[in-house]
Design a protein around this ligand. Sequence first.
Ligand SMILES: *Cc1c(COP(=O)(O)O)cnc(C)c1O
Length: 428
Amino acid sequence: MIYKRSSALFAEAEKVIPGGVNSPVRAFKGVGGTPIFVKEAKGAYLYDEDDNRLIDYINSWGPMILGHAFEPVVNAVIEKARKGTSFGMPTEIETEIAELAVAMVPNIDKIRFVNSGTEACMSAVRLARGFTGKDKIIKFAGCYHGHSDSFLIQAGSGASTFGVPNSPGVTQGTAKDTLLARYNDAEHVAALIEANKDEIACIIIEPVAGNMGCVPPKEGFLQTLRDLCTSNDILLIFDEVMTGFRLAKGGAQARFGIAADIVCFGKVIGGGLPVGAFAARNEIMNHLAPLGPVYQAGTLSGNPLAMAAGLAMLTSLNNDDEVFNRLEEKTKYLHTGIAKVLTENNVTHTINRVGSMISVHFDAAEVVDFESAAKGNNDTFKAFFHGLLNEGIYIAPSAFETWFITDALTYEDLDVTSKAVDKVSKSL
Ligand SMILES: *Cc1c(COP(=O)(O)O)cnc(C)c1O
C-alpha cells in the first residue's frame, strides 16, 4: 500500500503540532513508521488520504461500536447543530440521556456529564476523596485512567508502596498519594490497605483492563476488591470508559455482577463526540456542587451535539437486545480464526478476549497483569502490525492496546482478517 499523501500531511503536521498528533499513540512510536491520515470512514472501514481502504479494529478506540458514520448518530447531530451548538444553559436532552444511562446501568442514581474519560476519572477521584475525607488512592499498574496527574504514576520493579511520577510535571506531592497495585493480585491490594490504614479514599480499576491489551479480571478478583472496600470504608471506582455500554448494556458491573460505588464513562457514551461521565448513588453524587462541597464544572459539559450523539448511540444499543451477543459471537469467531492460523504457522501467542475486546500477545505466558503484558511488546508485534497494515487491516499501533470489534464488521471481513493474519504469520 502507498501512503504518500499521509506521509506528506504528517510532515506538515509536525511543524505545527507536537509530534504531528494530538494524542501520542497516534504517532506510531510503538511500531515505527509514519501515521495514516484518515479522509473518511463508513461502517467497518476507514478510507485514508491515499484512498486505501482499511478494515478498522480500533474504531476510534472504542466509541464506534456500531460502525463509523452510524446513521442515527449522524442524523441526531445534524439536526441538533441547526438549532445552535452550545448555550451554557440546561437543555432537555441532558436529562433524557441521563435517564437512559441511569436505567441501563446498575447501582447508579445520578450521572454528571463531562467532556472526556480523563475528566470523568479525575472528577470521580476528587468526589471519592471529598466523600470519604481521605487522600490516598490505589490504582493498578497497566490501567489507564486518562492523563490527569494522579494517574500518571508508575513504580519501578516490585511496585509496592509509594508511587513515583512517570511524567515530568507530576509532582512528588501528588505521586505520594497514589499507591500502585498489581492487577489480579488481591493480596497485594490487601497489604497496601493494611499499610495505609484509614488513609485510602478509593480503589480505581478497569474492571476488564483494556490499556495493556485486554486483561480479564481473574475469577473472584473483583469480588475481593468489593469486599475489601466495603470493610475498610473505601469507595470502589469502576473506570468503565472502555467497558461501559460495550460489555453489556450495564457494562462490567452487569456482566460480572459486582456493584461499584462510582462508575466512569467515556468513549461509547458519546457515540464519537467528546463525552465522559461519572455516576454513583444519590448519597455520593449529592456531594457534588451545587448540592455539595465537591467542585466540578465545565463550559461545554452536556453540550447539545455531544448529548445528541450519545443519546442516539445509547438508544440504539438499548433497543437492540441482540447487539451484545452479536458482538461477542463475532469476536469469538475472529479469535478462533486467528488462533488457528497462528498455531498452524507456529507463531507463539496468547489471545485474551472478553466480550468485544480482544488482544493478541506474542508471548507464550498467560497475560494477567502489566508485567506479563509487557512481554508481548516485541519485534514480532511490530512486524505483525505492519504486515496487517499492508494487507489493509488496521489494528492499534501499540502492543498495549485492545482491538475493538464493531457490529459493522461482517463475517466476510473477519475471514479476510484471518486470511491476512495467515499470510503475515508466514513472514514473522
Ligand atoms: C480512554 C480511557 C480513558 C481516558 O479517556 P479520554 O477520553 O481519552 O480522556 C480513561 N480510562 C479508560 C479505561 C480508557 O480506556
